[in-house]
Design a protein around this ligand. Structure first.
Ligand code: F6P
Length: 554
């Protein structure tokens, strides 16, 4: 590591070690204007870092880290389509998927990697749009002539989590967009129970099936696609398959091999990583369920965040600030996890989505140059919708032994007609932020207990359990409404945050070698379950033996 960069890292750690450096309440006491000064916004979307221990000095040190790491250079290379994914020699140009349709935008830049990517993405998007309109308007129907009512997306990882989350967020309250909007269904797990329970709820004659797989070789997806195909052919006949299937993939040959015609394949390129692919044809189920306008608004929101990330100075740049706050918590304060609380039922799948985005991107311990990573990288991401989370794991976040930074997301205006419920929700979100930051001291607990008539022995025994130490950081992300545009902004905010952090940690955010070994070993273990061959490891052999014994005993 270069010495300026090493010095920037050491400075951060040294700052965190100073007495009082971690004290959120002291930060507020020292600076009454802190709430406004520590909040940044892109239009109505704001990022409030005031309830952290980051102040001016920490910001200066974090910005110095960004400069020492040449974050600006990385950002320029990312958008230029350079092979930032060094281990796979690929660009990461998912931002090209959300550029507007305007043809002149791409004509100018068509000679560059970025321009070519935009031109290809826009052309493929036009094909998607025609397909969606044909389905919605009843020109494309099932083999029996009935209109489609449900869309089944078969995919896993990035070919599932993005469309599943976005469909859930956009159709949960009002249902599929009408007229013609399809009910979204998702099949990811190779566990046969998943397909069995889904199949029970689907009418094959009215189901459109999307096989979503970048590679079109993923074992789980291809197994499920074959099961769905057999299910459909079993009920409607083999000739029906063509009318009910479409493919979202980069692998034309494999799609054809499966029996899906080229005109029903919607493509993207290897510069789209799975976890960055909801903006590509992988988002087809979003357009079919929530409507084309919603899909277009999602892309527009993502593009708005791209423009901001690409042009805003780092001290005002939301993804950069969110990333640097995460670096402060992870590397200066040693927090090994990150809790995501969307105070919005429509964000209930956000934690699962971000788990892949953050942990598959930056869950690495080897740096770009092959050496061990110089500092701790991605925290463990978990979360749930608020207020549900308050009644499960938030106990640990408030009073456990580990520091768990929290991201809270909240819309100002709900999309339902019960304002009182939204006020309760919002009050709870703000209460969590306040309790985490400021806690509750022993004196106030004792006073309250005394007032309630508790005797001194009870107070002495119980009061320590009711104390909240506080000083637990949270980041508040507020926006006016959770519409498709804002959802796009939020997702792109986190995407860029992840890219910035990966660069600062010196890891490749765009590969995922850590998922490979299990896939390879599973292939070798499968024959053992059928009694063929010998396990390489005694532990595996013993487990296989026990499993087979249980099967034989039935
Ligand atoms: O789990 C590894 C992974 O490669 C993810 O990165 C990806 O999103 C998922 O598998 C699915 O891959 P595919 O879209 O090629 O089926």
């Amino acid at each position: 590591m270069d010495s300026t960069l090493a010095a920037a890292w050491s400075r951060l750690t040294a700052m965190a070690a100073k007495p009082g450096a971690r004290d959120i309440a002291a930060c507020f006491a020292a600076d009454p204007a802190r709430p406004a000064r520590m909040t940044w916004a892109l239009d109505d979307l704001s990022l409030d870092l005031s309830r952290t221990s980051i102040g001016d000095a920490e910001l200066v040190a974090l910005m110095a880290l960004a400069e020492a790491a040449d974050l600006a250079g990385f950002r320029a290379r990312l958008f230029a389509g350079e092979a930032v994914n060094v281990t796979e020699r690929r660009a990461a140009l998912h931002t090209a998927l959300r550029v507007p349709d305007a043809p002149n935008l791409h004509a100018h830049a068509s000679a560059s990697a970025w321009g070519e990517a935009c031109a290809y993405a826009v052309a493929e998007r036009a094909r998607m749009r025609r397909f969606v309109a044909d389905v919605h308007e009843g020109r494309l129907v099932g083999a029996t002539g009935e209109r489609f009512e449900a869309v089944l997306n078969i995919g896993i990882g990035g070919s599932d989590l993005g469309p599943r989350f976005v469909c859930d967020a956009l159709t949960q309250v009002h249902g599929p967009h009408g007229p013609g909007g399809l009910a979204p269904r998702f099949l990811s797990n190779v566990d046969g129970h998943a397909f069995a329970s889904l199949a029970r709820t689907l009418d094959p004659a009215r189901t459109l099936i999307l096989v979503a797989s970048k590679t079109f070789t993923t074992e789980e997806t291809m197994t499920n696609a074959a099961a769905a195909r057999a299910w459909l052919a079993g009920r409607l006949g083999e000739a029906a398959v063509g009318a009910h299937f479409a493919a979202l993939s980069t692998n034309r040959q494999a799609v054809q091999g499966f029996g899906i015609a080229p005109e029903r394949m919607f493509g993207f390129r290897d510069w789209v990583g799975g976890r960055y692919s909801v903006w590509s044809p992988i988002g087809m189920s979003v357009a079919l369920a929530a409507g084309w306008d919603a899909f277009a608004a999602l892309l527009a929101g993502g593009h708005a965040m791209d423009q901001h990330f690409r042009s805003a100075p780092f001290p005002e740049n939301l993804p950069v600030l969110l990333a640097l706050a995460g670096i402060w918590h992870r590397d200066a304060l040693g927090a090994a996890s990150l809790c995501i609380l969307g105070y919005d039922e429509r964000l209930r799948l956000l934690p699962a989505y971000l788990q892949q985005l953050e942990m598959e991107s930056n869950g690495k311990s080897v740096a770009l140059d092959g050496a061990p990573a110089a500092q701790p990288t991605c925290p463990i991401v978990f979360g749930a919708a608020g207020t549900d989370a308050q009644h499960s794991f938030m106990q640990l976040v408030h009073q456990g032994t580990d520091l768990v930074p929290v991201d809270l997301l909240l819309a100002a205006e709900p999309d339902h007609d019960r304002p009182a419920a939204h006020e309760i929700l919002a009050a709870n979100a703000l209460a969590q932020a306040e309790a985490l930051a400021f806690g509750r001291d022993r004196a106030s607990v004792e006073a309250e207990m005394r007032e309630a008539g508790a005797d001194e022995a009870t107070i002495a025994a119980v009061a320590p359990h009711r104390v909240f130490a506080g000083n637990r950081p949270s980041t508040l992300i507020l926006f006016r409404r959770l519409d498709a545009f804002t959802l796009g902004r939020v997702i792109a905010l986190y995407e860029h945050k992840v890219a910035v952090q990966g660069w600062l940690w010196g890891v490749n955010s765009f590969d995922q070698w850590g998922v490979e070994l299990g896939k390879v070993l599973a292939k070798g273990i499968r024959p053992l379950l059928e009694g063929k061959g010998k396990a390489a490891r005694a532990a595996t052999a013993a487990s296989v033996f026990r499993l087979r014994a249980l099967q034989a005993a039935k």
